[in-house]
Design a protein around this ligand. Structure first.
Ligand SMILES: CC(C)(COP(=O)(O)OP(=O)(O)OC[C@H]1O[C@@H](n2cnc3c(N)ncnc32)[C@H](O)[C@@H]1OP(=O)(O)O)[C@@H](O)C(=O)NCCC(=O)NCCS
Length: 204
């Protein structure tokens, strides 16, 4: 298995990323927004100068991914700015199927705008592994790659958010990979969330 960063010129593989996302997150919010929404999102990570995608490949097939951003609020602003037409169209279609999603989507953008953190950090925005490859160390290898890739004199920590309730295996996965619980909070939909951080070496 190879873990590497996906290049901007490999944008044509966004569909592969979206289908993997759908397999790994069945029934989840972003999955229900549809494959073209996910395509727009993953292409956005590849196009953004401060963001990117790490992939785990097995015989040239993507079996795991991490989407990250070194400036998450700006990433969302750029996504809307550069892909406004596709994004508006996908959001409109999603809204027709699931009207309640409009509020959730708006809250997600609003939140990205209101994030104020004391230090520069890297957001681990999404991680997923093909269900057929779960529990074989793929997710941990992707996280190790991200930890080694981030310049620890520039960025203080890697941050991520995940559900606190009914999500024990995922919470265990992050703790096993050296993340520590920073805080718990209620999301706009009253979901209890855990914020984890992995502090990079220079911070210790
Ligand atoms: C969470 C996830 C990325 C972990 O990747 P992975 O390659 O299965 O994880 P690894 O093999 O590197 O590590 C295994 C550890 O993760 C945890 N784990 C989480 N989900 C697991 C699963 N379905 N099967 C096995 N282990 C799982 C366990 O603690 C396990 O440790 P153990 O072997 O000591 O019990 C992957 O299961 C996944 O894609 N889940 C669905 C998407 C998701 O929920 N992503 C997180 C969003 S916040």
């Amino acid at each position: 298995m190879i873990v590497r960063e996906l290049e901007n010129v490999e944008k044509n593989r966004a569909l592969e990323l979206s289908l993997l996302h759908q397999r790994a997150f069945p029934g989840f919010f972003l999955t229900q927004l549809g494959v073209s929404f996910l395509n727009t999102l993953y292409k956005g990570y590849l196009e953004d100068e401060n963001s990117g995608i790490l992939i785990a490949e097995e015989e040239r097939i993507i079996v795991g991914l991490i989407a990250y951003s070194k400036d998450y609020p700006k990433f969302f602003k750029n996504l809307i700015k550069h892909r406004i037409i596709q994004f508006a169209w996908c959001s409109f279609i999603a809204f027709l199927h699931h009207p309640s999603f409009a509020k959730r989507l708006l809250m997600a953008f609003k939140k990205s705008d209101s994030v104020v953190k004391d230090k520069d950090y890297v957001e681990l925005a999404s991680i997923c592994v093909d269900p057929a490859f779960k529990g074989r160390g793929v997710g941990s290898e992707l996280i190790d790659y991200l930890k080694n890739m981030v310049n620890n004199s520039k960025y203080a920590y890697i941050s991520l958010e995940t559900d606190a309730v009914g999500n024990d295996a995922v919470n265990k996965f992050y703790i096993k990979n050296g993340f520590t619980l920073e805080k718990q909070y209620l999301s706009s939909e009253e979901r209890k969330m855990n914020e984890y951080r992995f502090y990079l070496l220079d911070e210790k």
